[in-house]
Ligand binder design. Structure first.
Ligand code: SF4
Ligand code: SF4
Length: 96
């Protein structure tokens, strides 16, 4: 995994988390103002794809096929990072 971003694919989207702008990753603290809104949103509205590790959001599900099967593409991580965090999650939805 690259140090500065996390990228993964769901069935229809590509999700990128830019660690160079992610508040707790940058500050290396678990007490960041965003309170890991992305991970909480994934637990509440998504499918527990994300978890916290070493003060940053990482994949709780490692297998790419399992991510595609599980992820409900709710977009909540992106929305909540924009609202409460640094806006450093982007979700691309390619037009077919
Ligand atoms: S909400 Fe945004 S800034 Fe906060 S941990 Fe998640 S990706 Fe980083
Ligand atoms: S789109 Fe939903 S299920 Fe997928 S990682 Fe984001 S919050 Fe979790």
């Amino acid at each position: 995994m690259g140090a500065n971003k996390l990228e993964f694919e769901t069935r229809k989207t590509k999700i990128t988390i830019d660690y160079s702008r992610c508040l707790p990753a940058m500050e290396n603290t678990s007490e960041s103002a965003c309170r890991f809104a992305c991970v909480k949103a994934c637990r509440l509205y998504g499918r527990n794809i994300l978890k916290i590790e070493e003060n940053r959001p990482v994949l709780a599900v490692k297998d790419p096929e399992e991510i595609k099967r599980l992820d409900n593409e709710c977009l909540s991580c992106e929305y909540n990072c924009q609202r409460y965090g640094a806006g450093c999650i982007s979700i691309e939805i390619p037009l077919e």
